[in-house]
Design a protein around this ligand. Structure first.
Ligand code: GTP
Ligand code: MG
Length: 183
Protein backbone atom coordinates (compact mmCIF):
# COMPACT_ATOMS: atom_id res chain seq x y z
CA UNK A 1 0.00 0.00 0.00
CA UNK A 2 1.42 3.36 -1.01
CA UNK A 3 0.75 6.52 0.98
CA UNK A 4 1.79 9.98 -0.05
CA UNK A 5 2.01 12.62 2.70
CA UNK A 6 1.57 16.24 1.66
CA UNK A 7 0.98 19.58 3.38
CA UNK A 8 3.07 22.53 4.53
CA UNK A 9 5.65 22.35 7.34
CA UNK A 10 3.23 20.87 9.85
CA UNK A 11 4.82 17.66 11.17
CA UNK A 12 4.58 15.10 8.33
CA UNK A 13 8.06 13.65 8.96
CA UNK A 14 7.40 13.63 12.70
CA UNK A 15 4.22 11.59 12.14
CA UNK A 16 6.17 9.14 9.95
CA UNK A 17 8.80 8.85 12.72
CA UNK A 18 6.04 8.07 15.23
CA UNK A 19 4.54 5.44 12.94
CA UNK A 20 7.91 3.77 12.42
CA UNK A 21 9.36 4.06 15.94
CA UNK A 22 6.46 4.80 18.32
CA UNK A 23 8.60 4.90 21.45
CA UNK A 24 11.46 7.09 20.24
CA UNK A 25 11.25 10.86 20.77
CA UNK A 26 10.80 12.69 17.45
CA UNK A 27 13.84 14.48 16.07
CA UNK A 28 13.90 17.36 13.61
CA UNK A 29 14.65 16.16 10.11
CA UNK A 30 14.26 18.61 7.28
CA UNK A 31 12.80 16.87 4.21
CA UNK A 32 14.53 17.68 0.97
CA UNK A 33 12.32 16.80 -1.96
CA UNK A 34 10.77 13.44 -1.15
CA UNK A 35 11.71 10.80 1.38
CA UNK A 36 10.53 7.18 1.26
CA UNK A 37 10.22 4.82 4.21
CA UNK A 38 8.74 1.33 4.39
CA UNK A 39 6.77 -0.04 7.28
CA UNK A 40 5.62 -3.63 7.81
CA UNK A 41 2.66 -4.08 10.08
CA UNK A 42 0.22 -6.73 11.15
CA UNK A 43 -3.38 -5.65 11.31
CA UNK A 44 -6.59 -7.71 11.37
CA UNK A 45 -4.63 -10.91 10.61
CA UNK A 46 -3.02 -9.36 7.53
CA UNK A 47 0.62 -8.43 7.09
CA UNK A 48 0.75 -5.14 5.29
CA UNK A 49 3.73 -3.44 3.71
CA UNK A 50 3.20 0.30 3.71
CA UNK A 51 5.31 2.61 1.60
CA UNK A 52 5.37 6.13 2.98
CA UNK A 53 6.23 8.88 0.50
CA UNK A 54 6.95 11.90 2.67
CA UNK A 55 6.91 15.06 0.54
CA UNK A 56 8.57 18.32 1.52
CA UNK A 57 6.19 21.20 2.19
CA UNK A 58 8.56 23.62 0.41
CA UNK A 59 6.72 25.36 -2.44
CA UNK A 60 9.78 24.81 -4.66
CA UNK A 61 9.06 21.06 -4.93
CA UNK A 62 5.28 21.18 -5.28
CA UNK A 63 5.11 20.77 -9.05
CA UNK A 64 7.11 17.54 -8.87
CA UNK A 65 4.56 15.80 -6.71
CA UNK A 66 1.73 15.03 -9.16
CA UNK A 67 3.34 11.76 -10.31
CA UNK A 68 3.78 10.56 -6.72
CA UNK A 69 0.17 11.42 -5.90
CA UNK A 70 -1.04 9.69 -9.03
CA UNK A 71 0.90 6.53 -8.11
CA UNK A 72 -0.26 6.35 -4.53
CA UNK A 73 -3.23 4.48 -3.10
CA UNK A 74 -4.02 7.17 -0.60
CA UNK A 75 -3.03 10.78 -0.14
CA UNK A 76 -2.53 11.88 3.45
CA UNK A 77 -2.99 15.64 3.68
CA UNK A 78 -1.56 16.95 6.93
CA UNK A 79 -1.99 20.40 8.47
CA UNK A 80 -1.08 22.18 11.70
CA UNK A 81 -4.11 22.71 13.95
CA UNK A 82 -2.52 25.86 15.39
CA UNK A 83 -2.25 27.72 12.05
CA UNK A 84 -5.19 28.67 9.82
CA UNK A 85 -2.87 29.16 6.83
CA UNK A 86 -1.76 25.55 7.19
CA UNK A 87 -5.41 24.46 6.96
CA UNK A 88 -5.90 26.73 3.93
CA UNK A 89 -2.93 25.01 2.30
CA UNK A 90 -4.44 21.60 3.08
CA UNK A 91 -7.69 22.74 1.41
CA UNK A 92 -5.76 23.71 -1.71
CA UNK A 93 -4.13 20.27 -1.69
CA UNK A 94 -7.52 18.62 -1.56
CA UNK A 95 -8.73 20.79 -4.45
CA UNK A 96 -5.67 19.77 -6.45
CA UNK A 97 -6.29 16.09 -5.68
CA UNK A 98 -9.97 16.44 -6.62
CA UNK A 99 -8.86 17.95 -9.89
CA UNK A 100 -6.63 14.94 -10.58
CA UNK A 101 -9.20 12.21 -9.96
CA UNK A 102 -12.12 11.85 -7.62
CA UNK A 103 -11.68 8.12 -7.03
CA UNK A 104 -8.59 8.61 -4.89
CA UNK A 105 -8.86 8.06 -1.15
CA UNK A 106 -7.73 10.98 0.98
CA UNK A 107 -7.06 11.20 4.66
CA UNK A 108 -6.83 14.62 6.30
CA UNK A 109 -4.82 14.80 9.51
CA UNK A 110 -4.79 17.74 11.88
CA UNK A 111 -1.47 17.55 13.76
CA UNK A 112 -0.16 19.17 17.00
CA UNK A 113 -3.12 18.16 19.11
CA UNK A 114 -0.85 18.66 22.14
CA UNK A 115 -1.04 22.44 21.56
CA UNK A 116 -4.79 22.51 22.24
CA UNK A 117 -4.62 25.96 23.88
CA UNK A 118 -3.15 27.37 20.64
CA UNK A 119 -5.68 25.65 18.42
CA UNK A 120 -6.74 27.94 15.56
CA UNK A 121 -8.87 25.60 13.42
CA UNK A 122 -12.08 24.34 14.99
CA UNK A 123 -13.10 20.71 14.54
CA UNK A 124 -16.52 21.88 13.37
CA UNK A 125 -14.96 23.93 10.55
CA UNK A 126 -12.85 20.97 9.41
CA UNK A 127 -15.74 18.52 9.46
CA UNK A 128 -17.94 20.94 7.51
CA UNK A 129 -15.20 21.20 4.87
CA UNK A 130 -14.78 17.40 4.68
CA UNK A 131 -18.54 16.84 4.28
CA UNK A 132 -18.88 19.03 1.19
CA UNK A 133 -15.98 17.37 -0.66
CA UNK A 134 -16.41 15.67 -3.98
CA UNK A 135 -13.97 12.85 -3.19
CA UNK A 136 -15.44 9.38 -2.86
CA UNK A 137 -13.46 8.29 0.18
CA UNK A 138 -12.23 10.93 2.55
CA UNK A 139 -11.81 10.86 6.28
CA UNK A 140 -10.38 13.04 9.01
CA UNK A 141 -8.47 12.50 12.23
CA UNK A 142 -6.38 14.52 14.69
CA UNK A 143 -3.12 13.52 16.37
CA UNK A 144 0.06 14.72 17.99
CA UNK A 145 3.34 13.44 16.60
CA UNK A 146 4.99 15.07 19.61
CA UNK A 147 3.17 13.09 22.32
CA UNK A 148 2.15 10.21 20.06
CA UNK A 149 -1.52 10.76 20.90
CA UNK A 150 -3.81 9.15 18.31
CA UNK A 151 -0.92 8.46 15.87
CA UNK A 152 -1.24 4.69 15.92
CA UNK A 153 -5.04 4.88 15.67
CA UNK A 154 -4.72 7.17 12.64
CA UNK A 155 -2.34 4.76 10.91
CA UNK A 156 -4.65 1.83 11.64
CA UNK A 157 -7.60 3.78 10.26
CA UNK A 158 -5.66 4.47 7.05
CA UNK A 159 -4.48 0.88 6.60
CA UNK A 160 -7.93 -0.54 7.37
CA UNK A 161 -9.35 1.69 4.67
CA UNK A 162 -6.65 0.31 2.32
CA UNK A 163 -7.68 -3.24 3.23
CA UNK A 164 -11.38 -2.41 2.83
CA UNK A 165 -10.90 -0.91 -0.60
CA UNK A 166 -8.51 -3.68 -1.71
CA UNK A 167 -5.50 -1.43 -1.94
CA UNK A 168 -3.33 -3.85 -0.05
CA UNK A 169 -1.38 -6.15 -2.32
CA UNK A 170 -0.45 -9.74 -1.64
CA UNK A 171 3.06 -11.16 -2.01
CA UNK A 172 1.87 -12.71 -5.28
CA UNK A 173 1.55 -9.25 -6.79
CA UNK A 174 5.27 -8.72 -6.40
CA UNK A 175 6.42 -12.01 -7.94
CA UNK A 176 8.61 -11.27 -10.94
CA UNK A 177 7.56 -12.58 -14.31
CA UNK A 178 9.00 -16.06 -14.86
CA UNK A 179 10.49 -14.87 -18.12
CA UNK A 180 12.10 -11.88 -16.45
CA UNK A 181 15.87 -11.77 -16.77
CA UNK A 182 18.20 -9.27 -15.15
CA UNK A 183 20.85 -8.06 -17.59
N1 GTP B 1 4.14 20.74 19.38
C1 GTP B 1 4.28 19.94 18.35
N2 GTP B 1 5.27 20.12 17.47
C2 GTP B 1 5.38 19.27 16.43
C3 GTP B 1 4.50 18.17 16.25
N3 GTP B 1 4.86 17.52 15.12
C4 GTP B 1 5.91 18.18 14.61
N4 GTP B 1 6.24 19.23 15.39
C5 GTP B 1 7.32 20.19 15.16
O1 GTP B 1 7.04 20.88 13.94
C6 GTP B 1 8.24 21.15 13.21
C7 GTP B 1 8.13 20.59 11.80
O2 GTP B 1 8.09 19.18 11.86
P1 GTP B 1 8.43 18.25 10.62
O3 GTP B 1 8.03 16.87 10.98
O4 GTP B 1 9.82 18.46 10.15
O5 GTP B 1 7.44 18.87 9.53
P2 GTP B 1 7.29 18.50 8.00
O6 GTP B 1 5.86 18.66 7.65
O7 GTP B 1 7.90 17.17 7.71
O8 GTP B 1 8.14 19.67 7.32
P3 GTP B 1 8.75 19.70 5.80
O9 GTP B 1 9.46 18.41 5.58
O10 GTP B 1 9.65 20.89 5.80
O11 GTP B 1 7.57 19.88 4.89
C8 GTP B 1 9.37 20.53 14.03
O12 GTP B 1 9.96 21.54 14.82
C9 GTP B 1 8.67 19.50 14.93
O13 GTP B 1 9.35 19.28 16.13
C10 GTP B 1 3.46 17.97 17.23
O14 GTP B 1 2.64 17.06 17.17
N5 GTP B 1 3.40 18.89 18.24
MG1 MG C 1 9.40 16.62 6.45
Amino acid sequence: MRLCLVGDKCGKTSIVQRWISPRKPIKNENTIGIDMKTLMMKLDLKVVRVQLWDCSGEKYYQNLLDTYIDNSDMVVVVFDLTRTESFERAKRWIERIQGMHTKITACIIGNKLDLESKRAVREKTIKRFVRQLNIKNVFYNECSAYTGENCRETLHMIVREGIRTDKVYTVEDFKPETSCRIV
